[in-house]
Design a protein around this ligand. Structure first.
Ligand code: MEV
Length: 308
């Protein structure tokens, strides 16, 4: 038996503008993860893909060409120069689906790693990220690649599409609350809506993306210097710009306002928006108050995490 796992992720700064070449910062979230396990079966049985949480079982040979599980398996096997083994590949995940925490990319990453492990081979983070990107394209059309990158590298990343990938260290501990709005975040649709907005008013959107880019660069410095208050203020500024892009929602705005009123140092939606989650940066002693306020404002659940 071989098993491998991958963490969830949150985008701290720069979602959407990152699709248009501006920088973004994302970090792994290890409190949630996806795991893939491979158990050999007798010769001739082929490769069965079992997604326990989704109650799905399909044989690779019968899977449709755009089935995301089958795509990552086929891509990885081709990359490793291997044929499908006789085995059961079981996927489990504690990452909420469509919650902005990178569940699809984490499942794909865990599968790619487990297959490499099964054949006694190694995949570098760059190779894994590239394989997972192929599946991300099925999930949401024109992804920037930030989700597969942060999950495959498992470290904070400063990312510019097709240009820069820098992992970096934080100069302090940043306690965050991840609050789920309970509304799925339809990444493909929201990315498409921004594209429509941009096509209709390119100058306005380019200006918004530039402003996000400035926030991201200042945020990276503040993260590296451990300036918690500055990071919080920049999160709230980023949220205002996301609102202007039309990717927030009354529910997300309410969660952000509730967190700030309860004393959070900053708050914003994270990921594609219109649903999914809100992240709030909290100071010492305010975590529980902000968590209670988020739940009272309708969050389905809150995951506390410390980014450090
Ligand atoms: C989705 O997690 C992040 C977006 O910026 C889309 C992308 O980067 O591909 C909204």
């Amino acid at each position: 038996m071989v098993s491998a796992s991958a963490p969830g992720k949150i985008i701290l700064f720069g979602e959407h503008a990152v699709v248009y070449g501006r920088p973004a910062v994302a970090v792994p979230v290890t409190q949630v993860s996806a795991t893939a396990r491979i158990d050999p079966t007798p010769a001739g049985e082929g490769l069965a893909l079992v997604a326990t949480d989704l109650d799905r079982r399909v044989n690779l040979a019968q899977a449709s060409p755009d089935d995301p599980l089958a795509v990552i398996v086929r891509e990885t096997l081709a990359h490793l120069g291997q044929s499908p083994p006789d085995a059961v590949l079981t996927i489990r995940s504690t990452i909420p689906i469509a919650g902005g925490l990178g569940s699809g990319a984490a499942v794909s990453t865990a599968i790619a790693r487990a297959l490499a492990g099964f054949f006694g081979q190694r995949l570098s983070p760059a190779e894994t990220s590239q394989l997972v990107y192929e599946v991300e394209k099925i999930h949401h059309g024109t992804p920037s690649g930030i989700d597969n990158t942060v999950i495959a590298y498992g470290q904070p990343v400063y990312f510019v599409r097709e240009k820069t990938l820098e992992t970096f260290s934080l100069g302090g501990a940043f306690p965050l609350l991840i609050a789920d709005s309970g509304v799925p975040s339809p990444t493909r649709e929201v990315v498409g809506a921004v594209r429509e907005g941009w096509s209709g008013a390119p100058e306005r959107y380019e200006e918004l993306f530039d402003q996000v880019g400035e926030v991201v660069d200042r945020a990276r410095e503040a993260l590296e210097d451990g300036q918690v208050k500055a990071v919080g203020a920049l999160m709230t500024r980023n949220q205002a710009l996301l609102g202007e892009m039309g990717v927030s929602s009354p529910m997300l705005d309410e969660l952000v306002a509730a967190a700030l009123e309860a004393g959070a140092l900053g708050a914003k939606l994270s990921g594609a928006g219109r649903g999914g989650n809100v992240i709030a940066l909290v100071g010492p002693g305010t975590s529980q108050i902000v968590e209670d306020a988020l739940i009272a404002a309708g969050a389905r659940y809150v995951i506390p995490t410390v980014v450090e």
